[in-house]
Design a binder for this molecule. Structure first.
Ligand SMILES: Cc1cc2nc3c(=O)[nH]c(=O)nc-3n(C[C@H](O)[C@H](O)[C@H](O)COP(=O)(O)O)c2cc1C
Length: 304
């Protein structure tokens, strides 16, 4: 039985609902040495800022139980090199290219998105309102009114779909989700990392030079699933689930909780081809369950 894995996000068709998560596959070059990126539903590139950034000094990642902490500090090549080198490289693949954008201030997001507006292969932008590792990175993510205004401003300069990526480090994520939808977001992606800390008991120093970092990996999956489910029940726009997805079973859980697509992040460090395995597993699951389309799973969790 052939199954249809395609999904639509804000009018853009993805051949399958599995994307890579920002910051966990750079600009796709290393992954492309291992397999054809056209097999991915989409690739989400590392957050870009207006100017290149070195990021924080090492150590900037550390392993934790069932996850990892990172405080990379948005190391990236800056928007100019991104467009001339990285986007040009990605153009040859038949996959949806989602450009993740970050900034210290709203104007920085607007300036970057205005540049990307002239690059038709930047199919969508994903706004990283939620980076816990840079100063002022969390301001927009934590305020419904700032988030709504930010999406609205960015929509003015970027003609294609805008995805708002939300932070779990808030009191009520549904409030921010609603605000981004009101501002005109075409979809929401959640979750970014949870702020965490790890300490070396010999030196008594935090394990990251930034002292704190963002927790990701299987440790955060239950939190992410709950937030995806809450947001799915709050907004009408598609939700993209992120957080601890390492295999097809994880992905199915996210679809059942309301995700239309999912992103694989930390899982790529363990198995760079995890997205391809997830696609294969998903096909078999759907066919075993006699379902024709992956979209039939969305939001179908049977609650008690
Ligand atoms: C090393 C590392 C770097 C990351 N860099 C970014 C980034 O630049 N922009 C962003 O929006 N999210 C970034 N993230 C967050 C991921 O995209 C994702 O939201 C988070 O890791 C949760 O998914 P996971 O548990 O599958 O890793 C990063 C995560 C990791 C582990």
């Amino acid at each position: 039985m052939s199954v249809d894995l395609s999904v639509e996000i804000a009018g853009v068709r993805l051949s399958n609902p599995i994307l890579t998560a920002s910051g966990t596959c750079g600009y796709g070059e290393e992954l492309a040495e291992l397999y054809d990126l056209s097999h991915l539903g989409g690739i989400v590139t590392k957050s870009i800022t207006i100017s290149p950034r070195e990021g924080h000094p090492p150590p900037r990642t550390t392993e934790t139980s069932a996850g990892m902490l990172n405080a990379i500090g948005l190391a990236n090549v800056g928007v100019d090199r991104f467009i001339t080198e990285k986007l040009a490289f990605l153009e040859k693949f038949r996959t949806v290219v989602v450009v993740n954008v970050a900034g210290a201030k709203l104007q920085e997001y607007v300036d970057i998105c205005a540049r990307l507006a002239d690059c038709p292969r930047a199919d969508m932008v994903e706004l990283n309102f939620s980076c816990p590792n840079v100063e002022a990175g969390m301001e927009i993510a934590k305020s419904a009114s700032l988030a709504e205004a930010a999406v609205r401003e960015i929509k003015r300069v970027f003609p294609r779909p805008v995805i708002a990526k939300l932070s779990p480090n808030v009191t009520d994520i549904t409030e921010i989700a609603r605000a981004c939808e009101a501002g005109g977001a075409g979809a929401l992606a959640l979750i970014n990392t949870l702020v965490g800390m790890a300490v070396d008991i010999e030196s008594r120093r935090p394990r990251l030079t930034n002292n704190t970092g963002g927790l990701s990996g299987p440790a955060i999956k239950p939190v992410a699933l709950n937030m995806v489910h809450q947001v799915y029940n709050t907004v009408k726009i598609p939700v993209i689930g992120i957080g601890g997805i390492v295999n097809w079973q994880d992905a199915v859980e996210f679809f059942l909780c309301g995700a239309t697509a999912v992103q694989v992040g930390t899982g790529l460090f363990v198995e760079p081809d995890a997205p391809l395995k997830i696609v294969r597993g998903l096909k078999k699951y759907l066919s075993d369950k006699k379902l024709n389309r992956v979209t039939e799973l969305i939001g179908k969790v049977r609650k008690y």
